[in-house]
Design a protein around this ligand. Structure first.
Ligand code: SF4
Ligand code: SF4
Length: 84
């Protein structure tokens, strides 16, 4: 199971995500990220922000669930290591 630590880094680095271009505050931070790292449109967030939905609609034919979750976790770790 994919575990999100709610570090908020994915939502602070959306400048390279075309699907979220309209949400970029101009510094790579999503306009919907709250001060406590929550999403203020969580129930209506874009598909690209929804790990489970993206697996179903885009990645399930290419990866097992375990592989996909591991790749997501590696992406999170990469973001977290880049800020240290
Ligand atoms: S970078 Fe990963 S761990 Fe951090 S909030 Fe985003 S999904 Fe969660
Ligand atoms: S819409 Fe929500 S989940 Fe998506 S990047 Fe913005 S704050 Fe994060």
């Amino acid at each position: 199971m994919f575990r999100c630590s709610r570090c908020g880094l994915c939502c602070r680095n959306i400048d390279k995500v075309p699907e979220l271009k309209e949400f970029d505050a101009g510094n790579g931070v999503c306009i919907h990220l709250t001060e406590d790292n929550m999403c203020d449109i969580y129930s209506f967030r874009p598909d690209i922000c929804n790990v489970d939905k993206m697996f179903e609609i885009r990645y399930k034919d290419f990866f097992t669930r375990e592989e996909y979750e591991r790749l997501n976790e590696e992406g999170c770790k990469s973001l977290q290591m880049n800020i240290k």
